[in-house]
Design a protein around this ligand. Structure first.
Ligand code: G3P
Length: 227
């Protein structure tokens, strides 16, 4: 399972990339609003960081805002022209969105059908040729009780119908949601920076490490001693 950062904050992206094994960044209009910069300025900063750091094999997902098919396609062309053909174009899985995904995917664009709240949307997005579907796990849990179960259903639909569309889990609020889907083996998860950091910030683990250090320095009678 790839791990992507669900944020457009360059400070968060820099910190997480330096300290955690991650594979890219996903953005959407709400995430861009949180970052507080003009969209293309923000995305230029992110891709500029990757280029300056020599990071080449990252995934970048950028969402269109148009609600008509032509507008979605025009935006996709602009985004790919600016950030390269490997960029994933995020398009809401609605009627017009699946129409645009079908056209763009046939032209070789990477597409992410987003705002997936149920299995039937994901099924149709897969049939439309989406590269990824992005089920919103926590939002589905809030609405229907078990978002993880719906992702299991989507996983089975794609596997049992030999559909090549991949699953990018999104909308996470707990670590268990992430590891449940890692155990299932979905293709990727996009996680807020604060939740990624929480994966390696366990009090009991920190206490155990501190005790190792204390015991070693008691043995050596020197606080600066190392192996
Ligand atoms: O990519 C979609 C994701 O950002 C939604 O997350 O927490 O707003 O449900 P959330």
């Amino acid at each position: 399972m790839k791990l992507l950062i669900d944020s457009a904050s360059i400070d968060d992206i820099r910190h997480v990339y330096k300290n955690y094994p991650v594979d890219g960044v996903t953005t959407n209009p709400s995430i861009l609003l949180k970052a507080g910069k003009e969209p293309y300025e923000c995305l230029d900063e992110i891709t500029g960081y990757f280029n300056a750091a020599g990071i080449k094999d990252y995934e970048l997902h950028v969402q269109v805002i148009s609600t008509d098919v032509k507008g979605m396609i025009d935006e996709a062309e602009r985004i790919v022209k600016r950030y390269g053909k490997e960029t994933y174009i995020k398009i809401p899985a609605v009627v017009e969105g699946l129409y645009a995904i079908n056209i763009l995917s046939a032209q070789g664009y990477h597409t992410t059908a987003t705002a997936i709240y149920n299995a039937h949307q994901a099924y149709l997005a897969g049939k439309a040729g989406a590269t990824y579907v992005a089920p919103y796990v926590n939002r589905m849990t809030n609405l229907y009780g078990d978002g993880i179960e719906i992702v299991y259903q989507i996983f089975a639909i794609f596997a049992n119908n030999n559909m090549s569309t991949k699953i990018l889990g999104a909308s996470f609020k707990t670590l268990d949601q992430i590891t449940d889907l890692a155990e299932l083996g979905i293709d990727a998860a996009t996680v807020p920076p604060e939740l990624i950091k929480k994966m390696l910030d366990d009090k009991d683990v920190n206490d155990a490490v501190a005790k190792f250090n204390d015991d070693f320095h008691k043995l050596c009678k020197d606080d600066k001693a190392t192996m």
